[in-house]
Every structure is written in C-alpha cells, then in structure tokens.
Ligand binder design. Structure first.
Ligand code: IMP
Ligand code: MG
Length: 173
C-alpha cells in the first residue's frame, strides 16, 4: 500500500513562499513580471507566490508532457499547450514545481529565450540536486529535497495528491 510521509509542512511552505516573494518584489522593482506557469504541477506555487507580489504582474500558462504513471522522466519533453501571447520586451519569470533532472526546465528555458524576452528567470518550488543531469539557471528556489518521489502542493502521482497542502514522500506508489 502507498504511504505518505510529510516532508515539508504547510506552514513552512507558506513562510518560504513569502520570503521568495519579498526577494522577487525587490529584484523586480519598477518592472512588470510576466509569470509563466508550467502546468499542471506549478499551479499551487503560482497561486501562492503571485499573491505575495506587490509589483505589477501579468500571467500566462503552458503545459508540458508529464510522466504519466511513471516516476522517472523519459527524458523527452513535449509541449502540450503553448502560451497565449508573445514574450518580446517582457520580464519573464518561469514558475515550475520541481527541477529534477533539469531536462524540462532546460527545454523550456531555451524555447522561451528564443522568443526574445527582456529578461528570463526561473523560480522552482523544489529542487532535487542529487538527480540533476543538465545545468539550468535557478534564480529562486523554495526547497532543496532529497532524491525521493514527492507529491502534494501541486505535485502528483498519476494525477493524484495535487490538492495536499503539504509536500509528502510517496512510498510504494
Ligand atoms: P525533470 O525534467 O526531470 O527536471 O522533471 C521535471 C518534471 O517531472 C517536474 O515538472 C514534475 O512535473 C515531474 N517530477 C519530477 N520529480 C517529481 C516528484 O518527485 N514528484 C512529482 N513530480 C515530479
Ligand atoms: Mg512540472
């Protein structure tokens, strides 16, 4: 049977997201942030982070292929929903749930960079440093976590557990 073990409680997430928000407000003073949310996993992080922002924002959403029922990446990233608008002259902040191997973020970073934004940065809620295969610039990171498969706060296994307000390790998925 699968078992959930809380790794990051909701209160700790709230504190950290507010900290990131403060940092982002300082860094983007006088600018408008164009938030690009990577569906589906980043929806909770985007919603919480955006509400800490005091600088003007705009938002757009894209989606990339997920693991399906597998817990390790196929290494192939597929864009399943593109953004609605262009990025020229925008200060773009990619909002992602987790950098695991880094392949998804590298793919997205290169793709969005080619659309000529004024600036391009990355906010990842979680990173698993032990599994990184490729370098990606991570400008804002919520938490570094060990090499375990986690769910909650937007992250899923087979589309389940996204609603959990905390991050938990899923054993025997
Ligand atoms: P990467 O391309 O290997 O960095 O994987 C990135 C994507 O895999 C993330 O956007 C997540 O959707 C998914 N992923 C990676 N690790 C986990 C995990 O521990 N739990 C849930 N999803 C994960
Ligand atoms: Mg994701």
């Amino acid at each position: 049977m699968s078992k959930l073990e809380v790794l990051i409680p909701a209160e700790k997430i709230g504190e950290r997201v507010r900290e990131l928000g403060r940092q982002i407000n300082e860094d983007y003073e006088g600018k408008t942030i164009h938030l690009v949310c990577v569906l589906k996993g980043a929806y909770t992080f985007l919603a919480d982070l955006a509400r800490t922002l005091e600088v003007p924002t705009s938002m757009d959403f894209l989606a990339v292929s997920s693991y399906g029922k597998d817990t390790t990446t196929s290494g192939e990233v597929q864009l399943t929903k593109d953004l609605d608008s262009g990025l020229e002259h925008k200060d773009v902040l990619i909002v992602e749930d987790i950098a695991d191997t880094g392949l998804t973020l590298r793919y997205l970073y290169n793709m969005l960079k080619a659309r000529n934004p004024a600036s391009l940065k990355v906010a990842a809620f979680l990173v698993k440093p032990a599994r990184r295969q490729v370098e990606v610039p991570l400008d804002y990171v919520g938490f570094e976590i060990p090499d375990r498969f986690v769910v909650g706060y937007g992250l899923d296994f087979d589309q389940k557990y996204r609603h959990l307000p905390y991050v938990a390790v899923l054993d025997n998925p």
